[in-house]
Design a binder for this molecule. Sequence first.
Ligand code: FES
Length: 111
Amino acid sequence: MTRVRFVSADGTKESVVEAQAGARLLEVAQADGQPLEGACEGAMACSTCHVLIIGGDAARLPPPTEEEEDMLDFAVGAGRNSRLACQIRLTDDITALEVKMPSGVVNMGRR
Ligand code: FES
């Protein structure tokens, strides 16, 4: 089980959910009503699932692949903590994660 705390882009809203190992962070976020479109459904072709991992067991997440890094280059407001939520699969090692929504979204797939 992973306890995921979602923080809105402006930091005013928070939501805490528990998610099973094996779940993808994108689906956990969408089930909680977070504003992540996930337009390409995990094909690493859109960056509408961009999130900032701001705390918890972030260090236990596998590092991003080169493809993920490339797509994050297009994400608005991306920084060192940026990840694509569709590429993050929760495991039993990750007991807590703090995830902030980005301040803007660009869907590369729709240009
Ligand atoms: Fe498109 Fe993650 S859902 S890159």
